[in-house]
Design a protein around this ligand. Structure first.
Ligand code: HEC
Ligand code: HEC
Ligand code: HEC
Ligand code: HEC
Ligand code: HEC
Length: 602
């Protein structure tokens, strides 16, 4: 776990002892259920810090528990507290508030929940000692403005809103000036409620459990492969209730509520209505749907599978969430433009099996099943196909940059990009089911596809998709690529080499050889060598974990470097990586890095 947690300790310090300047909070020794709840909160948007949210997106609950348990079990001495600069009167105000509360404003004593010694209470109440004053101030401030929140009952939101700014400051300073007792650990019980305990009760936090494994109905399996829940669930929102923005070149399209709610969802739809949506791209009320809903692929779904999907969706608890208006630019915000687009680019599939990419092996039933899943439910070409200026997919896949995220979805027909023609069927199946296979690790949007979709493939379906993907013909129009642009000067190469040794070699090896089953090799890695360098730069800026899957339950993580290295340094280290150990790809400039850094949400 110590190795796996290195993506965290770049900021949180060795063993989670806190960063040097107090900005990155300590994790060591905090109650495990508390740490776990915070990780869930960052992932779902109840707490905000973009670099952490990005790191956690692909991790499942079980892995978050494992990370929380690891940091909770670390024992690291606390640094001596800084002497306080506040007056005796302020000091006394802080002490009194923490240990007695403020009855007039109905603020309970902090010790009531955080323990008489203020070292926390198991399983989920954190201690308040050993925290820097700025951190305590910032946290109480965020509760007052709603920037930090947790699952109900959110007691701290109530407590913080009842405090004045002067009280927050006095309490934070007093707390930060207290020494942490030796061998401090969380108490097992809260103090007995005294007579003056205020009515504010903080029930044990509801701790989400990992989903139990149950036999799924067929529609549920199909919904996973189609990734329906992922697009139809807003971050932190109710499953299938819609509201997630899908970026298009023309603005954002918001997914619909497809829960069983008869008014706001699709509870009143019959199987014909649903078929019309999937197969023809039309809603029950006659609206033409935007192809951000990938019906250009789902049109290949069979009627039997569509019916099974609807049967499953009807079991999803109703949510009365009204659909959000799209944020599209003219003319694509009109039904007329959509009608024109459809005439030009959309033809509902015939009910014949798919005929794209037929080859000698086309006769096998597995190949046909694979084609059906890749072209239809799997909607792989929605990202991997090439879009023209009107946003529609054209046949040959030369790879394209995804609107919004800037990730580059490489061509599945080009062996310098994402073609898997050189992988064995087993290797391809392993990539789809676990996200890693020793040759590649799914990253960014592809990690989401694996985590929410393909990891659930049955072995037979994974093998079928692999057969079809392996047989995809090489694209005829693959652009001749520029080998070794060679613009890097020897000075920035040696600066890059130094940066590599300091920041990367520990994990990826001095020769870029990586470490089997942990850190990908960078020598000869096409994710490093591709002409389009977006993914390379995004990896270095944001870091990331591969998806957590049954086959790779505790993936290793890459730390984000956006804060540690500036644009020039990232350009230098990546230029080095692209030119060392036999790699021969062109240099990157500061400008390349800056362009992508600016495209990332703050
Ligand atoms: C880029 C720096 C960075 C990285 C990498 C990072 N964190 Fe954080 N983390 C922060 C900051 C900053 C905060 C405080 C945010 C705030 O003010 O709410 C934080 C807060 C937390 C908290 C809440 C602490 C508390 O006491 O409430 C937990 C738990 C946590 N991080 C765990 C992790 C884990 C686990 C990882 C690795 C998977 C990780 N972090 C990676 C910067 C980072
Ligand atoms: C009714 C119970 C209750 C009372 C009273 C209470 N707290 Fe809390 N406090 C909590 C809970 C629960 C959490 C964890 C919140 C979460 O999951 O985000 C928490 C978390 C915190 C944190 C975040 C610690 C971290 O590592 O990020 C701070 C700071 C804090 N409380 C300060 C205070 C102060 C100061 C007082 C007194 C003025 C106080 N609390 C009174 C229940 C309480
Ligand atoms: C890439 C994201 C994405 C995926 C994956 C996706 N959807 Fe959608 N879906 C959307 C968006 C966006 C809309 C809204 C389109 C519009 O309003 O024009 C939508 C609309 C719909 C509608 C029309 C509802 C209405 O009346 O507005 C249905 C039904 C639907 N989706 C079902 C599904 C099913 C079933 C799946 C899985 C097989 C699925 N979707 C997967 C993005 C997605
Ligand atoms: C939401 C967009 C999206 C969808 C849908 C999608 N992919 Fe990807 N895929 C990507 C991106 C971005 C990358 C590049 C990042 C990476 O290498 O992991 C990628 C990479 C790949 C790679 C190359 C891995 C490597 O590193 O060599 C393969 C193979 C692949 N995808 C197959 C598929 C298949 C099969 C499907 C359908 C089940 C699919 N993808 C659906 C976006 C997508
Ligand atoms: C703590 C270990 C660690 C350090 C330090 C580290 N990496 Fe990584 N790196 C990883 C892991 C783990 C992955 C796989 C992440 C994933 O699958 O999303 C990775 C992935 C990558 C990738 C994508 C490879 C692929 O096949 O998709 C690149 C490029 C990369 N790292 C470059 C660097 C550079 C450059 C540095 C130094 C600036 C660096 N790494 C430092 C652990 C590390």
């Amino acid at each position: 776990m110590a190795q796996r947690a290195r993506a965290c300790t770049v900021c949180h310090g060795d063993q989670g002892r806190a960063g040097p300047d107090g900005y990155y909070p300590r994790l060591a020794g905090k109650p495990a259920a508390y740490l776990y709840q915070q990780l869930v909160n960052f992932r779902s948007g109840r707490r905000h810090y973009a670099p952490m949210a990005a790191l956690l997106t692909n991790l499942d609950d079980a892995y978050l528990h494992a990370l929380a348990d690891y940091f909770s079990a670390q024992t690291v001495p606390y640094p001596a507290p800084k002497p306080t600069t506040q007056s005796n009167a302020e000091n006394e105000q802080g002490r009194k508030l923490v240990s007695e509360g403020n009855k007039a404003q109905r603020v309970p004593a902090c010790t009531q929940c955080h323990g008489l010694k203020l070292t926390g209470v198991n399983p989920d109440l954190p201690g308040l000692l050993g925290l820097p004053v700025d951190y305590i101030n910032a946290q109480l401030g965020s509760w007052r403005t709603g920037r930090r929140s947790t699952t109900t009952p959110d007691c701290m939101a109530t407590v913080a809103k009842r405090l004045t700014a002067a009280e927050v400051n006095a309490a934070a300073r007093w707390l930060a000036s207290q020494p942490v007792p030796l061998n401090a650990h969380a108490a097992d019980h809260k103090p007995a409620p005294s007579q003056d305990t205020l009515e504010l009760k903080c029930a044990e936090l509801a701790i989400a459990q990992a989903e139990p494994a149950v036999q799924e109905p067929r529609g549920a399996y199909l919904a996973r492969l189609g990734n329906c829940a992922h697009c139809h669930t807003a971050r932190g929102g109710a499953p299938f209730a819609g509201g997630r923005a899908v970026d298009t070149p023309f603005g954002a399209v918001f997914s619909s509520n497809i829960t069983s709610d008869p008014v706001y969802g699709i509870g009143a739809w019959n199987t014909d209505d649903f078929w019309r949506a999937l197969h023809h791209g039309e809603a029950k009320d006659g609206r033409l749907l935007y192809p951000a809903f990938p019906y250009t692929s789902y049109t290949h779904i069979s009627r039997a599978d569509a019916d099974a999907l609807l049967a499953y969706l009807k079991t999803i608890p109703a949510q009365a969430r009204i659909n959000q208006a799209h944020a599209l630019r003219w003319p694509m915000n009109t039904q007329l433009a959509l009608r024109v687009w459809r005439v030009l680019f959309f033809k509902p599939a015939s009910t014949e099996p798919v005929s794209i990419g037929q080859s000698a092996t086309a006769t096998s039933a597995a190949y046909a099943r694979g084609a059906y899943l890749v072209e239809g439910l799997g909607h792989c070409m929605e990202c991997h196909g090439t879009r023209n200026v009107l946003g529609s997919l054209s046949g040959a896949s030369v790879g394209s940059v995804l609107p919004g995220s800037q990730w580059f979805a490489p061509s599945l027909n080009d062996s310098a990009q994402a073609s898997v023609s050189n992988w064995s069927v087993d290797e391809i199946a392993r990539f789809l089911q676990t996200g890693v296979n020793g040759k590649a690790a799914a990253q960014g949007p592809m990690a989401e596809v694996v985590q929410h979709g393909t990891q659930y493939l049955t072995d037979a379906d994974a093998q079928a998709m692999a057969q079809y993907l392996k047989a995809l013909p090489p694209a005829a129009n693959v652009v001749a690529r520029s080998v070794a642009a060679g613009t890097s000067t020897s000075t920035n190469l040696s600066a890059g080499a130094k940066l590599y040794e300091t920041h990367c070699a520990d994990c990826h090896g001095l020769q870029g050889q990586g470490r089997a089953n942990a850190y990908p090799a960078l020598a000869g890695n096409r994710a490093v060598l591709m002409d389009n360098t977006n993914n390379l730069i995004l990896s270095a800026l944001n870091g990331g974990f591969a998806a957590t899957t049954k086959g790779n339950a505790r993936p290793f993580g890459m730390p984000p470097f956006m804060l540690q290295l500036n644009d020039g340094e990232i350009a230098a280290v990546l230029t080095y990586v692209r030119g060392a150990w036999g790699n021969q790809a062109g240099a990157l400039t500061e400008f390349d890095i800056n362009k992508l850094r600016r495209s990332q949400a703050p």
